[in-house]
Design a protein around this ligand. Sequence first.
Ligand code: FES
Length: 110
Amino acid sequence: MEGYIDEHPILKFKRGKKVTFFFEDKELEGYEGLPIAAVLHAAGIRVLSISERYNRPRGFFCAVGKCSSCLMEVDGRPNVMVCMELLKEGMKVKRQPPRGMAKDKRKKLN
Ligand code: FES
């Protein structure tokens, strides 16, 4: 699958089976058991959330659950750190509006 590192001189990659999931109602494929943020990144989706104060795009930053740059809605649960949450078949992943912002006021990205 495109967007993934297949070979590395030091690291070995263990991937699950290929599954489908939904990002903003668009059906995508990814490997089960990888962090959702990594799967989105491999699919070319770089904007995971929008900053509250300046309404700026935020992407994959620390990748270890320390910065909250990747908070998204997963299967209806808000504020999921998608760099730590592992992909499962059929998951529904969405960007969430910054606190206090109505969904229809969000910037259209990607
Ligand atoms: S990218 Fe920092 S918490 Fe997920």
